[in-house]
Design a protein around this ligand. Structure first.
Ligand code: CA
Length: 311
């Protein structure tokens, strides 16, 4: 059965990447909890969706002088002690309005930004208390940018995972990254013992130097399979909704993944952002499970996907 990966926690209900959102996702029955990893100035690994703090916290109010020339506040410019003073909020747009207006209200709540160590401890404690084996799914965010900023996240992440007791491919861990060079390096140079997932984006996002158009070809997927255990494409890479009467059809990427023995974990399944071609969230999930044949789904609504998979 497909595994349910709680995207930034149960982020459909509580501010993304807060420990409360992770605890809720655990209670909802998720199989894996995702951690996006960003570094602080003093080299601590934070669980934070991107390198900026301003769209998900009160950093601009708390430290008004600390933005860069682009007007943004970077986690890399703050020590952990300073980041601990911040309140974490539901994601906002640049103008301060909610990205997802039906979710937890922006600029409210009593939440903080967790470290990876804190989150790994929480997962261990919850697993012990409930007799479960819920996994972790860390993503190295913008490794090339972090190296320019003087910090190399990948070895720090591998060390923290080992400290937390994870040892290898039999453990419930997937390490994910958009940067194909970094995925290669993790396997070939850093001897990453954990399963690796190559994330696939669109070139227009400028997420990394990787050419995702080339990566989605048979040659590209074969190269990925030489070092990785799975792929994490955007769900639009797996369906074509434009060619036949608006009825979704499955693209070749799913077959390519299967032929190369790669697990297929697309993102992101959101009940409040159902893509064109699908009438409801349930239709969307069922199509991907039954027709595309995914091995797992990144979702903001783990409760909804867990209950659909049980049927
Ligand atoms: Ca992520």
């Amino acid at each position: 059965m497909a595994v349910v990966i709680a995207h930034r926690g149960a982020s459909g209900y509580l501010p993304e990447h807060t420990l409360a959102a992770k605890r809720l996702a655990f209670e909802m029955g998720a199989d894996y909890l995702e951690q996006d990893i960003v570094a602080s100035r003093d080299g601590e690994l934070l669980v934070l969706h991107d390198v900026h703090l301003d769209r998900i916290s009160n950093v601009a109010e708390k430290y008004p002088e600390r933005c860069r020339e682009d007007g943004r506040y970077y986690a890399r410019d703050f020590d952990l002690d300073e980041i601990r003073q911040l309140s974490a909020w539901e994601r906002m747009r640049a103008d301060g309005t909610a990205v997802y207006p039906d979710r937890y209200p922006v600029r409210s709540g009593d939440f903080g930004i967790p470290t990876l160590a804190e989150e790994l401890a929480l997962v261990r404690e919850l697993n012990e208390a409930h007799g479960r084996d819920v996994g972790v799914y860390p993503e190295i965010k913008r490794p090339a940018w972090h190296k320019e900023e003087g910090v190399d996240i990948a070895p720090l992440l591998l060390a923290e995972l080992r400290t937390a007791g994870y040892e290898g491919k039999d453990d419930p861990v997937f390490v994910q990254c958009f940067d194909a060079g970094e995925v290669r390096r993790l396997r070939l140079e850093l001897d990453c013992p954990f399963r690796l997932v190559q994330l696939i984006g669109n070139n227009s996002w400028l997420e990394s130097a990787t050419d995702y158009d080339a990566l989605r070809t048979p040659e590209g997927i074969a190269e990925v399979a030489a070092v990785a255990d799975g792929i994490g494409p955007h769900l639009s890479h797996l369906v074509d909704v434009e060619n036949v009467d608006g009825i979704p059809t499955v693209t070749d990427l799913a077959t390519l993944a299967r032929d190369n023995e790669l697990v297929l974990h697309p993102y992101t399944f959101r009940a409040d952002d159902v893509p064109p071609g699908f009438a409801t969230f349930d239709d969307l999930v069922q199509f991907f499970v039954q027709e595309v044949g995914v091995d797992g789904l990144f979702t903001d609504f783990p409760d909804r996907v867990v209950s659909l998979l049980k049927v």
